[in-house]
Design a protein around this ligand. Structure first.
Ligand code: C2O
Ligand code: CU
Ligand code: CU
Length: 510
């Protein structure tokens, strides 16, 4: 692939403006449908479900550590993975796995990750949910160019480097389930689809003091749909330079559901409580997750956390809706099932192969369990008061006249911020949509105040960094901007919408 033209295309953002122009009437037609995305079918025989044990990504060991920080190294490279029974999948990986290795940080202790780029394309790393200084946040034109490349920087490239870069994360934030992923302008959808995503967990003292399930009963679950090409590689509808094609700009939906990189895997569980950290790392697919069968008495999923960490108290659900990039942490008590029960985690929004996610087989015999779900979880949730808001800003998410996705009618253009909030102030942001958009804001978490002038929805609990907004909805959130000045992003986390320009800068100022 020609890197120069790829970068230029990204720079023009719109993978859209020239090449995609012909696709608008089609895009209009898609807009009529309620489904945010279009199914891309695999060209291989699909694996049978419930054959593969659930993989749990390895925890990354620091290469060194000092009084104030832990240092990590990751090489981004092409790796042949074993996902399908008879074919290798050539993936883009952090180190050599998909998901990438899990980074575990301590709140208040600096984490420094050196990323080397051994892929054939520029990359950008973003820590999603991180409270991170702007220069380390993975701004979409702060590239790490491929190693050995002759620094073919585009005009758009901002703080770009060749070969490797160090990301410094102060980690002054609550315990939470974060994730890291690629964020290159115009190409995030393709890059994440090919494997550039991993967990980054933050722990703190408050969480440690709670009797929640831990160790091998605390499991991150990265749910991501994918499709496979005939040669076993991930199939993605990309134009020659790598961006998504116009006919899939609504979102790419796969027909295989991977959990931690394995198709419809199985976990053998003890009859005991488990903490499951659910992450929807799909490009565009939403899930309504439910256990089948439900245990006697129902409400099997006890939510304890969301994007920004623990809730104030647990909330029981019969099912959980989760949009791209959202995290929901639940405790499931498998002792409520008879020994030997096969409990499927199903997707009530899916059909055919995407109606299944994974299975828990309650076949273990270790009943010992000193965990509990305390009535009171977190007492340090920052309280914000809508009365303190200094301003209300409205952001309109819709398809623009030119056909690309826009925020306030602007397709993304780096360096042209839509807002300049002042550090230390609280603002109300109002997101208005005409289509389904999971809206994500970098730097600070938000609290949902209202949906269409009613109260928050049942999945808006706690501190959120990604909020699923349905067609023709207005959602008000409250947020306070803290600590770091600079350019941050506000965007739709449907990755095809993001790549097709539904992104904006905001600049925090002193
Ligand atoms: Cu998870 Cu700006 O992204
Ligand atoms: Cu983010
Ligand atoms: Cu969107």
């Amino acid at each position: 692939m020609n890197r120069r033209s790829a970068l230029q295309l990204g720079a023009a953002t719109a993978a859209g403006i020239g090449l995609v122009g012909a696709g608008w009437p089609l895009a209009d037609a898609l807009l009529g449908s309620a489904e945010a995305g279009r199914l891309l079918r695999s060209q291989t025989r699909l694996p049978a479900p419930y054959q593969i044990p659930l993989p749990v990504p390895e925890q990354l060991r620091p290469v060194s550590t000092d009084a104030a920080a832990d240092y990590y190294e990751i090489t981004q490279q092409i790796t042949k993975l074993r996902i399908l029974p008879d074919l290798a999948t050539s993936a883009w990986t952090y180190n050599t796995s998909f998901p990438g290795p899990t980074i575990v940080s301590r709140s208040g202790r600096r984490t420094i990750v050196r990323h080397r780029n051994a892929l054939p394309v520029p990359v950008v790393v973003h820590l999603h949910g991180g409270h991170t200084p702007a220069d380390h946040d993975g701004y979409p034109v702060d590239f790490i160019m491929p190693t050995g490349d002759h620094a073919v920087m585009d005009d758009m490239a901002r703080n770009s480097v060749v070969g490797q870069r160090e990301y410094v994360y102060p980690m002054n934030q609550r315990a939470a389930t974060l994730w890291y992923h690629d964020h290159r302008m115009g190409y995030t959808g393709a890059a994440v689809w090919r494997g550039l995503a991993g967990f980054h967990l933050v722990h703190d003292d408050e969480e440690d003091a709670l009797p929640l399930p831990r160790g091998h009963r605390d499991i991150p679950l990265m749910i991501a749909d994918r499709s496979f090409a005939a040669d076993g590689s991930f199939r993605y509808p990309a134009i020659e330079t790598g961006g998504v094609t116009a006919d899939y700009m609504n979102g790419v939906l796969g027909d295989v559901v991977l959990v931690n990189g394995a198709p419809w895997p199985v976990l053998h569980t003890d009859p005991a409580r488990y903490r499951l950290r659910l992450l929807n790392a799909s490009n565009a697919r939403r899930y309504r997750l439910q256990l089948d069968p439900q245990p006697a008495g129902g409400s099997a999923l006890v939510q304890i956390g969301s994007d920004g960490g623990l809730l104030a108290q647990p909330v029981s659900h019969d099912f959980i809706d989760i949009a791209p990039a959202e995290r929901v942490e639940v405790v499931v008590d498998f002792s409520r099932y008879r020994h030997g029960t096969q409990v499927r985690l199903v997707n009530r929004l899916g059909s055919e192969t995407t109606a299944d996610v994974m299975r828990f087989d309650v076949v273990g015999t270790d009943r010992s369990d000193d965990s509990a779900i305390p009535e009171r979880l977190s007492t340090n949730l920052p309280e914000l008061n809508p009365q303190d808001a200094v301003t209300t800003r409205t952001f309109l998410f819709r398809q623009g006249k030119s056909g690309v996705w826009t925020i306030n009618d602007s397709p993304y253009q780096p360096g042209r911020p839509l807002a300049r909030p002042r550090l230390g102030t609280t603002e109300i942001w109002r997101f208005v949509t005409e289509f389904h958009h999971p809206v994500h804001v970098h730097l600070n978490s938000m609290r949902v105040l209202s949906r269409n002038n009613r109260g928050p929805g049942q999945f808006d609990l706690g501190w959120k960094d990604t909020i699923d907004i349905r067609p023709a909805e207005a959602v008000e959130v409250l947020t306070r901007f803290t600590d770091y000045t600079g350019s941050y992003l506000l965007h739709c986390h449907n990755l095809e919408h993001e790549d097709m320009a539904m992104m904006a800068d905001f600049v925090t100022v002193d």
